[in-house]
Design a protein around this ligand. Structure first.
Ligand code: TRP
Length: 333
């Protein structure tokens, strides 16, 4: 790879990607593919920290890769791969486990939340989840990691682990920084506009899945929570529901809030919701078509995965060898 900076990010193959992921993240990744060396992993090992149905996990992993490509991520310009295809992740995670304190892991907000949610399965993997994430990032000497609010703490612990290791063994790992995109819509739940739209929300009416069919999209927007003023006007504080719909409409059409207010002057929320729904459905249609086409071409997807895994392995191998050597593990001849 050239001297471009390295960006690494991972997404779990659980649940469907949402309109929030698309408008808030993936769309911003497309221009990055020119400026940076971007590596995106489908982190199936992370998904194992909660019980998965094997056939579904398999399908979702492929579907996520197909969606990435359908959204415009070029598998040649970016490294797209499945985490479990590169065994270096699990290997480095073990090593880093020995450089991470149980005290710091028990302070992780996400662990505390998940432990509450899955009280019957508080497994050690759930506890060391951030260590595997640190391995993901550090293996590739990533400079930048695009992270949402909920993952900042995990990036922080990644930096701490890397620094701790470097302090003992010299400059082995690049210390990654958070990458904050210049623009990027923060799309909220359609049912509770105070909360971020999330693929793991229990109420499917709260999010638009990138694979939702037009009738489902229309019905979800029709049910979206608004207010009683009946004027399409941007006011995040007093009209969070309508403001969220405006922000969705604006990110897709490029229209300003002022333009949108004019466009719907004198019209009710019903008309506005219909317009937003139609725009979203039209944006997603070609993505869904491409996704379905890729899903039916097993050989093509397999090839992309194989190529991605090889490139990922090649990039991470050097880091892993160096770590083993520094630690005093005898090299295999
Ligand atoms: N923990 C991240 C999430 O749930 C996913 C993830 C795994 C990740 N490894 C990563 C994100 C490395 C960024 C970098 O969203």
């Amino acid at each position: 790879m050239s001297q471009k900076k390295i960006i690494f990010s991972g997404v779990q193959p659980s649940g469907n990607l949402t309109l929030g992921n698309y408008l808030g993240a993936i769309l911003n990744w497309i221009p990055l593919q020119e400026e940076y060396n971007c590596i995106y992993s489908i982190v199936d090992l992370h998904a194992l920290t909660v019980r998965q149905v094997p056939a579904e996990l398999r399908k979702k992993t492929r579907s996520l890769l197909a969606l990435y490509i359908a959204c415009g991520l070029d598998p040649e310009k970016n490294v797209l791969f499945v985490q479990s295809h590169n065994s270096a992740h699990a290997e480095l995670a073990w090593i880093l486990n020995c450089f991470t304190y149980t005290g710091e892991l028990s302070r992780m907000t996400q662990f505390k939340e998940k432990a509450q949610k899955h009280a019957d399965n508080i497994n050690a993997g759930l506890f060391t989840y951030p260590v595997l994430m640190a391995a993901d990032i550090l293996l590739y000497q990533a400079d930048l990691v695009p992270v949402g609010e909920d993952q900042k703490q995990h990036l922080e612990i990644t930096r701490d682990i890397a620094q701790r290791f470097n302090n003992i063994y010299g400059d082995v790992f690049t210390i990654p920084e958070p990458y904050i995109p210049k623009v990027g819509a923060r799309i909220m739940s359609l049912q509770n506009p105070e909360k971020k739209m999330s693929k793991s929300d229990e109420n499917p009416n709260s999010y638009i899945s990138l694979l939702d069919k037009p009738d489902v999209i229309m019905s979800k927007f029709r049910r979206a929570v608004t207010d009683s003023e009946a004027i399409v006007r941007y006011d995040e504080e007093n009209k969070p529901g309508i403001s969220n719909l405006m922000s969705i409409y604006s990110s897709i059409t490029g229209k300003s809030y002022g333009d949108i207010e004019k466009e719907f002057e004198g019209l009710g929320y019903g008309d506005f919701k219909t317009a937003v729904g139609q725009t979203v459905a039209e944006t997603l249609r070609p993505i869904q078509e491409k996704h379905d086409q890729l899903m039916s071409d097993k050989a093509y997807l397999d090839n992309i995965m194989k190529d991605g895994a090889q490139r990922a392995e090649g990039l991470s191998y050097r880091t892993l060898r160096k770590v083993y050597k520094k630690l005093g593990l005898v090299p295999r001849s």
